[in-house]
Design a protein around this ligand. Structure first.
Ligand SMILES: [Zn+2]
Ligand SMILES: [Zn+2]
Length: 482
């Protein structure tokens, strides 16, 4: 049995994976830095000062992310860009970008599909050419990013700022113990991943610089152009583009599936990142091989994986059922509707209205108050001087004052609209003892039978169209007789 296969009697969660330091913090792991000792205090444990700031900086990454492109930009000044080289640089940009999005991300970090060995070797090679670290390192951090999104254990938390999530987390040294623990046993079992990790520098120079130079040099004699444009500057663009998944995709756009965390969907991010811009969807359904689920959305990474499947290079493409996806969308919509509902005046909640005796109601009207009772609920028309504004005229509404206007309002005189019931509810000031529906509803509340009363996420009663408590479908025979 494979070592990481759970067996009967084992704990549901292996304690080794519960909030432990990252595997890079262990001596037995194949860390590339030989000087790293997990027992010694890490530089990030000491505060940043004028005297030690340079120790906090990851100089290798500064060189890889900033130094190399700067050299390329300077060289580009006196290196003419030839057409073939430009086409090759763009094509290689897409290939190395796919190495990250389809390889590092969707295949290795999320196992959203299976790849045959030739495809794995191709993706490990071109992914290395993007110069973003080894698959093993990249996928480990990315799994921590998904598990601990927006927290301190997220290696590139956008809560620390847009620039930090884009570049800062690589330029400044990170304490490997801070980053959340994730299970990467599957990656340690993958010979392609392990080989690439151990030979990472060879892969970077070979695929990042030597290979694109060779193609342009042997192909059409443009050695320097191949080195500058398809090598150095192409690395810069592909790095900046894919870094946008960590920054822009957590910053710009909509949240159709969940808004508790920062991931967002936006077409601009998708265009920049070869389709990784539907990031709200991706964080909700990370093992789906798609990021864009609509056919018209831009996701060349998905199209590539699908094409590889047709060619027999990829298989087991994982996809969430549309029923599950739609549930998330509906719940998020409901949340938005509840938020809009909370901003509206739905009238004083029935349960907080004072109870009035019928005689008291009649008496107050005789003394000049403009009260009207509909379905046992008393409304004050005087405050907003509604009698003058009544669309059906003053005489009609006046005839209901001091009486039970339930039948008049619900079809006896005029069958009032939903909007009229809504408006009426904002004027309510009391309920009549023994009044109609209110009493039934209150009794049900007391008997704890309120399960049928829909409440929104703020705990307020949901009033559906046409279901205001003043709406009575069959006016009682006695109504209007008073
Ligand atoms: Zn993310
Ligand atoms: Zn992801």
């Amino acid at each position: 049995m494979p070592s990481h296969q759970p067996a009967a009697g084992m704990m549901a969660v292996d304690p080794a994976y519960v909030s432990q330091p990252s595997p890079m913090a262990s001596k037995d792991e194949p860390n590339r830095s030989k000087s790293y000792d997990p027992k010694k205090p890490h530089i990030t444990d000491t505060p940043l000062t004028k005297a030690n700031w340079y120790k906090h900086v990851n100089w290798l990454n500064v060189f890889l992310i900033g130094g190399i492109p700067l050299m390329g930009l300077i060289q580009a000044f006196w290196t003419p860009l030839r057409l073939y080289t430009a086409i090759w640089a763009i094509a290689y940009y897409f290939a190395t970008g796919l190495g990250i999005t389809a390889g590092y991300h969707r295949l290795w970090a999320h196992t959203s599909y299976q790849a045959t060995t030739p495809l794995k070797i191709f993706l490990a090679a071109v992914g290395g050419g993007a110069v973003e670290g080894s698959i093993r390192w990249w996928a480990r951090d990315h799994r921590a990013h998904h598990r601990y999104t927006d927290t301190d254990k997220d290696p590139y938390s956008v809560r620390k700022g847009l620039l930090y999530s884009h570049l800062g987390w690589m330029i400044m040294k990170q304490n490997p113990k801070r980053i959340g623990r994730t299970d990467i046993s599957d990656l340690n079992d993958d010979p392609v991943v392990v080989w690439q990790h151990k030979n990472y520098l060879k892969v970077v120079f070979g695929m990042g610089l030597i290979f694109p130079t060779l193609v342009a040099g042997l192909g059409w004699g443009d050695w320097l152009g191949g080195f500058i444009y398809a090598g150095i500057l192409r690395i810069f663009f592909v790095q900046q583009a894919t870094f946008c998944v960590n920054s822009l995709a957590h910053w710009l756009g909509d949240q159709p599936f969940d808004d508790r965390n920062s991931p967002r969907d936006h077409v601009i991010t998708a265009i920049v990142t070869l389709g990784e811009g539907y990031h709200n969807f991706h964080h909700e359904f990370p093992s789906d091989y798609r990021n864009a689920i609509e056919w018209h959305q831009y996701d060349p990474t998905k199209w590539s994986i699908w094409t590889w499947k047709q060619l027999g290079l990829a298989y087991d493409l994982k996809q969430f059922r549309s029923n599950e996806i739609e549930k998330g969308r509906v719940q998020q919509l409901q949340k938005k509707i509840d938020r809009r509902r909370a901003e509206l005046d739905w009238g004083t909640p029935l349960e907080t209205l004072p109870v009035m005796e019928w005689d008291d109601y009649v008496e107050q009207c005789k003394n000049g108050r403009q009260l009207i009772s509909v379905a046992g609920i008393v409304h004050d028309l005087g405050e907003s001087n509604f009698v003058n504004d009544h669309p059906g005229g003053k005489a009609m509404i006046r005839s209901g004052i001091g009486k039970d206007a339930t039948a008049m309002f619900n079809g006896g005189v005029y069958f009032h609209s939903n909007a009229a019931h809504n408006l009426l509810s904002t004027m309510r000031v009391g309920v009549i003892r023994g009044g109609m529906e209110v009493e039934i509803w209150k009794k049900a509340q007391q008997e704890n039978k309120d399960a049928y009363i829909a409440k929104d996420s703020n705990g307020s009663r949901v009033v559906r169209a046409g279901f205001q408590p003043t709406k009575v479908f069959e006016p009682s025979a006695t109504a209007g007789a008073a």
